[in-house]
Design a protein around this ligand. Structure first.
Ligand code: WTA
Length: 657
């Protein structure tokens, strides 16, 4: 999205009076008051919020220990437990009989669970983990689809102080194995399979394959029987979840952990080949989950809340598992995909479950726009969406057209849209409108949340004038920021707090601030990270996967814009053999696509593969990626190619298969 286009965006939507009246942060002045409180004395501000919103076993004395930046420590003397906050606290506040989870399976079966019932399941499963010798600080890999069991597994780990690392079901055995080894996990929790779009996808088989490549420290694999299919079984290692859980006591005293105790590790892509294990701390992360649920999602007790993200991503951690439970919400969780059995599934679910707050990704919205243009029967207007009061989006920039459709067709022009900008590393929303306080502008995530000191800067950390593009940073630490990269403090420091940026947190995104409103618009990643359907992938990750294929000499990967997925992957490949053509090239491209699927997972499969005798390089041998990007987008070559060693290569690479 060019800055110019955004400057032409004149539509804006002020919150209406009834909305303002009922909002948790009511009116722009209330938002500004919080911002000013945070600016006046950040520690006082965060200390007040941590005392108000968290329930401590032992109180903290120090709000922020910043003696060793960027290794900040928050609320360090305090102790608490995440699962206590998410389950026992709502029960103590009288919500035991309130529905916590409404689970809808792929085939439409609905299971509901109260806070009491969820608490009991989590306690039993936590005791089961303890019976296997798992305890505080042990790492547990969770490789499971959207399910009540996935939530139970995460909560049970948190209850005993074990550190979970959820791996998205779309990652391959090899990616899973890398994460198993990197975390040094002792246990894996998985399912026999998962059901998606009427199909069964194996999960346990992938775990077996990953472990066959080297199991590291893994002792046991717990398997949730989801599909009931026959699966290979290692009786010395594998255990079924249900009998294990049912043999345990329904009481489990939480293990009180220090505020800074790692709650989880979640891998995400960066600009080098190896994924980064983002490590979050218990107290700060939970505080922000609760605050953003309250401020941005304006949580009210009677809400039925639905975030469509998978627990394999950060959105599923903060806005499915921890945030909604910690505020005592009733939430929908869904096993399947938006297009099954028809592309009206989301709208049908909103209508049947009377969802009031709905949070999804721009990619899903764009694909549903397309589907409802083709089939008016599944258009949102055909469904009763009157229960909706607030909409949200996350994961990638939302184009103003998709925003308007979401606003008018789904929200009936009466529901504010929270376009929430954040990252795995930020723990929760950092730039987002407050629906009862902020005037909305399509395509802008609007203003930083109170306490978030976001700015757009140049390479030296100097703020650029409004209206000019630059790099997004957060200048002051905040409680939910990542604490480290698992086992790699040097990379943590170098990636996020580069010395030339005055100790600021570097987001890796470009941004521009509107000269009049101060609103932020995110212009996309400025490092070598792609965003395909809201999934983060490193170009180097895909390149390394391609380069391990025996026939590949060299590969370069770039993104090209795509109407539905935001970006699509284009790979330029040089083979060790002669450049293939025609059917042979088609065949090889398909082999390489499958290869990447096996190496990383289906989410990394290149859309387009092009073969060349070489790649465009400078005389010093550097690949000129910006030329490849132009080629991938089919743009006319306007760049300066005078430093190019081999200009004729461009014609060759222009050919698509
Ligand atoms: C992008 C997902 C524009 C951005 C929560 C960021 C967005 C990356 C938005 C993080 C948004 C996320 N507008 N871009 N509202 N939200 N992004 O770690 O490039 O999977 O750096 O976290 O997604 O992706 P991640």
């Amino acid at each position: 999205m060019s800055t110019e286009v955004l400057h032409r965006e004149h539509r804006h939507f002020a919150p209406d009076a009834t909305w303002v009246a009922q909002a948790n942060v009511s009116g722009h002045a209330a938002y500004l008051a919080l911002v000013r409180e945070a600016e006046r004395d950040p520690e006082e501000f965060w200390g007040r919020l941590a005392r108000t919103y968290l329930v401590w076993k032992t109180p903290f004395q120090t709000v922020l220990n910043d003696r060793n930046p960027p290794f900040y420590r928050w609320f360090e003397e305090g102790t608490l437990n995440a699962s206590h906050l998410c389950l026992d606290v709502p029960i103590e506040r009288g919500m035991g009989e309130k529905t916590a989870l409404i689970f809808e399976s792929d085939d439409g079966t609905v299971t509901t669970l109260t806070y009491h019932a969820l608490h009991e399941r989590v306690c039993r499963f936590a005791n089961a983990l303890k019976s296997l010798g798992i305890g505080k600080g042990d790492r547990v890999i969770i490789y499971i689809a959207m399910s009540i069991e996935g939530i139970v597994a995460m909560q049970a780990c948190a209850r005993i102080g074990a550190i979970h690392s959820v791996v998205f079901g779309g990652f391959s055995a090899k990616s899973l194995q890398e994460r198993i080894l990197d975390t040094g996990a002792r246990l894996i929790i998985t399912a026999d399979g998962q059901k998606r779009g009427g199909k069964i996808i194996q999960l346990k088989a992938i775990v077996d394959e990953a472990l066959s490549m080297g199991a590291g420290m893994v002792e046991k694999v717990i398997v949730y029987a989801r599909t009931g299919e026959n699966i290979p079984w290692d009786s010395a290692r594998d255990l079924w979840m249900k009998p294990l859980e049912e043999s345990q006591s329904p009481l489990c005293i939480p293990t009180w952990v220090e505020a800074e105790h790692p709650l989880f590790i979640l891998y995400t892509s960066g600009s080098t080949g190896k994924p980064k294990g983002v490590q979050h701390a218990t107290a700060g992360y939970l505080l922000w989950s609760i605050l953003t649920m309250t401020w941005v999602f304006d949580h009210h007790p009677e809400d039925v809340y639905w975030c469509t993200a998978d627990i394999g991503w950060i959105t599923g951690h903060t806005y499915v598992n921890y945030g909604p439970l910690a505020v005592g919400a009733t939430q929908v969780i869904y096993e399947g995909i938006p297009s099954w059995p028809h592309a009206g599934r989301f709208w049908s679910m909103i209508s049947r479950h009377r969802v009031s707050v709905f949070y999804t990704a721009p990619t899903a919205i764009r694909s549903l726009i397309k589907a409802s243009n083709l089939d008016p029967e599944i258009h949102p207007q055909r469904f009763d969406l009157s229960s909706l009061r607030l909409l949200g989006t996350v994961g990638e920039p939302i184009n103003p057209e998709a925003w308007m459709w979401y606003y008018q067709q789904v929200g009936n022009s009466r529901c504010p849209i929270a376009d929430t900008f954040w990252q795995t590393e930020t723990g929760g929303h950092v730039i987002a409108p407050l629906p009862g306080a902020t005037t909305l502008v399509p395509g802008s995530c609007t203003l930083p949340l109170p306490g978030i000191d976001a700015a757009v800067v140049d390479e030296t950390g100097q703020e650029v004038p409004p209206g000019h593009g630059g790099s997004l940073v957060i200048r002051r630490p905040w409680p939910a920021m990542l604490r480290n990269l698992w086992g790699n403090p040097e990379r943590f420091q170098k990636t996020y707090f580069p010395s030339e940026l005055k100790g600021y947190y570097l987001a890796g995104d470009g941004a521009v601030k509107d000269p009049t409103t101060g609103y932020f618009t995110i212009t996309g990643r400025i490092d070598d990270v792609l965003n395909v359907s809201g999934h983060r992938l490193g170009t180097m990750e895909v390149e390394s996967a391609l380069a391990t294929h025996p026939m590949v000499a060299e590969a370069a990967v770039v993104g090209k814009p795509d109407d539905i997925t935001g970006e699509a992957i284009v790979a330029f490949v040089v083979l060790k053999q002669q450049r293939p053509a025609g059917a042979e090239a088609q065949q090889l491209a398909s082999t390489l696509r499958q290869w990447v699927t096996r190496e990383i997972g289906p989410i990394a499969r290149p859309r387009d593969i092009r073969f060349g005798d070489n790649l465009p390089k400078t005389r010093s041998g550097k690949i000129m990626r910006r030329l490849l990007r132009s080629l991938a987008c089919g743009e006319p070559m306007t760049q300066d190619i005078s430093t190019l060693e081999n200009p004729t290569i461009l014609d060759q690479l222009r050919e698509t298969l």
